[in-house]
Design a protein. Structure first.
Length: 211
């Protein structure tokens, strides 16, 4: 279990500064809502924490490790082993089965990780028990986001970056996703949720407002 600390982060595109000297902490087990108008930099902040984009200055710490100073290989391993993502458009492999989509989360970690994983338990937890062989394209939006949740349950990442995870869902499915994210967080993950929704914000422990 590791706390996530963003220290004095600054990020600009051209002459537009998204944030300057931003410092935040999300303890393991907690959820932070990242809010702000369209274009305020929510997705960019998530991408910088997930090492998909680089800060102009500042650092991101996972426990005692400064992940922004890792080598390219170290960053790749960090993403592979410690990072979980959720997006509005589900970001699943549509033409593959539910089971195959879960296996993808662990494939790079090797056969032992695949053997140990409790795929059926994860599917049961999100209400998709026994549906391992169904193709993702045949599922509803709410069901697809349940697969994305099951993938996180299987992977047990240190950080989850969720970018508008409920943006395409009705309010019942929104509550389902947020409750399950809370349950995953409670097992020791720090969760960042970029959102426009005040309903989603209510499920989080802290709120960061970007301007
Ligand atoms: N690679 C890039 N090059 C230049 N500008 C960029 C780049 N990526 C993002 N931006 C700009 O940075 C700003 C923040 O974008 P970002 O997607 O982080 O905002 P957001 O708060 O997530 O918006 P939304 O709520 O619409 O998703 C926007 O003005 C965007 O145009």
């Amino acid at each position: 279990m590791s706390n996530i600390v963003v220290q004095e982060a600054t990020k600009s595109f051209g002459d537009k500064t998204l944030y300057a000297n931003l410092s935040i902490t999300v303890p393991a087990g907690q959820m932070m809502a990242v809010m702000g108008a369209s274009g305020s930099g929510k997705s960019t902040l998530l991408n910088c924490i997930g090492l998909l984009d680089t800060l102009d200055s500042g650092s991101v710490w996972v426990g005692n490790e400064n992940i922004t100073s890792l080598s390219a290989e170290g960053q790749r391993k960090f993403r592979r082993d410690s990072l979980g993502y959720m997006f509005q458009n589900y970001a699943l492999i549509e033409n593959a089965s539910i089971q195959e989509n879960l296996e993808v989360a662990l494939a790079a970690q090797g056969k032992e990780a695949l053997r140990k994983a409790d795929f059926n338990g994860a599917l049961e937890r999100v209400g998709l028990a026994g549906r391992n062989k169904e193709k993702v394209y045949s599922l509803s939006g709410g069901e697809q986001q349940r697969v994305a949740l099951a993938r996180l349950i299987v992977k047990r990442p240190t950080i989850i970056l969720a970018d508008e995870p409920t943006g395409a869902l009705d309010s019942a499915n929104e509550a389902m996703v947020m409750e399950e994210l809370r349950a995953i967080a409670a097992e020791g993950t720090a969760v960042f949720v970029a959102t426009h929704s005040h309903e989603v914000m209510r499920f989080c422990d802290t709120v960061l407002e970007l301007y």
